[in-house]
Design a protein around this ligand. Structure first.
Ligand code: PMP
Length: 408
């Protein structure tokens, strides 16, 4: 086999479809978030405003978080030095798991190296621990959940996105005493819609199913203490397993699950993705503790965040841009094809100093390619005006319909 040609052909195919991924080379500057410096391919440096960071609240630059990380490096050194079992459990790891359990008002929490690993490890392991477990998965669940559910090897059913009637139909078709798990998200990150947690939890209970909720795009951002949509909706005690990340609103890195102590102990004891890998560096866990604690006590940041998102949506709608109907902090604008999506993204960066990645298949279905803006409390009205004005120009230049999709 001509391996080189095979690799090249695979990438050429992606390129042909207009979804070849190019990563912008950005330099950040302490205190300047969301501004950054972009280094172009020919080495020039340009100031840009970042509009697609999942550091939703700018916690990655919060001095409280940075000070905790510096102190932890000074005390502990850089790496953790092993798996959790082999010397990789520092006091910061223990403290963080306690803090996360408390955040979600659960008995216990367990850390993983990322939210992706948390989903993959927990969902596959649950099927191994609970023989005959049937998993019900929302059709728009994240790739990490899909991977975990598939790798568990058990029976799985996909229910139409947020369609509880469909979920009920599928639940009702299985024996009432069969073990079941409903896996879903609160905030869906590409559309910005939010599941009905209370109704989903009640339905699951009626059919003896446990619930697994991915709150990756909600922890830190919703609820009085930042515990997510389950806290906002007053249903934390009705969700069995909450999964979150430390890499988005908390501004650091890592993933976790929280729930009943016996469940957490079982995952801790059986999940390969937890057991056989070096644990997170102590500086990250220390930074995460500081971030979670700080956000617990600063609800005003969440209020500002929501206000910023609402303002941007209103400005875009007034300009006639096809903002998708998000009810969260995520502001997706429909383009409708990968080539124009990439073109607009490239021109925003090169001509307007605005950095936003194109979102293409397979992240979203073909024909729904979009730009996904994530305003933070640090995005000013002036930045929003610049963004909307640039988008208006590019929409006209590329002949993209105001309602989304390329004009005929
Ligand atoms: N779940 C969802 C819904 C996500 O969007 C992501 C990442 N984008 C993850 C899990 C994985 O989290 P992490 O980035 O911490 O690996």
């Amino acid at each position: 086999m001509d391996y080189k040609a095979a690799f090249k052909n695979a990438v050429d195919q992606v390129r042909k479809e207009g979804r070849y991924r190019v990563f912008a080379d950005l330099k950040r500057h302490r205190g300047a978030f969301p501004r950054a410096t972009w280094t172009t391919d020919d080495g020039a440096e340009r100031d840009v405003v970042v509009w697609c960071s999942n550091d939703y609240l700018g916690q990655g630059q919060n001095p409280v978080v940075l000070d905790a990380m510096h102190a932890a490096i000074d005390a502990n050194g850089s790496g953790s030095g092993g798996t959790r079992n082999i010397s990789g459990t520092t006091h910061h790891h223990v403290e963080l798991e306690r803090e996360l359990a408390d955040l979600h008002r659960k008995e216990a929490a367990l850390l993983f190296t990322s939210g992706y690993v948390a989903n993959e490890a927990a969902l596959s392991t649950l099927q191994k621990i609970l023989p005959g477990l049937i998993t019900y998965s929302d059709s728009l669940n994240h790739a990490s959940m899909i991977s975990g559910i598939r790798n568990g090897g058990g029976v799985r059913h996909i229910f139409r996105h947020n369609d509880l009637e469909h979920l009920e139909e599928l639940l009702a078709a299985a024996p009432i005493d069969a073990p079941k798990l409903v896996a879903f998200e609160s905030v869906y990150s590409m559309d910005g819609d939010i599941a009905d947690l209370a109704a989903t939890a009640a339905l699951a209970r009626r059919y003896n199913a446990i619930t697994y909720l991915d709150e990756v795009h909600a922890v830190g951002l919703y609820g009085e203490r930042g515990a997510g949509v389950a806290e906002r909706d007053g249903v934390m005690d009705q969700i069995d397993i909450i999964e979150g990340t430390l890499g988005k609103a908390f501004g650091v890195m890592g993933g976790y699950i929280a729930g009943d102590a016996d469940m957490v102990d079982a995952i801790r004891s059986f999940a390969s993705g937890f057991i056989f890998t070096t644990s997170l560096p102590p500086a990250l866990t220390a930074g995460a503790v500081a971030s979670v604690r700080w956000l617990k006590n600063h609800n005003e940041v969440r209020v500002t965040h929501q206000e910023r998102a609402a303002t941007l949506k209103a400005m875009m709608k007034e300009a006639g841009l096809p903002v998708m109907p998000s009810v969260s902090h995520i502001v997706p604008v429909l383009v409708g094809d990968p080539v124009h999506c990439k073109m607009v993204s490239d021109m925003l960066l090169s001509d307007h100093g605005i950095y936003v990645q194109p979102i293409n298949y397979p992240t979203v279905p073909r024909g729904t390619e979009r730009l996904r803006f994530t305003p933070t409390p640090f995005h000013t009205d002036d930045m929003m005006r610049d963004l909307v004005s640039a988008l208006e120009k590019l929409w006209a230049h590329c002949n993209i319909a105001r309602m989304g999709g390329v004009a005929a």
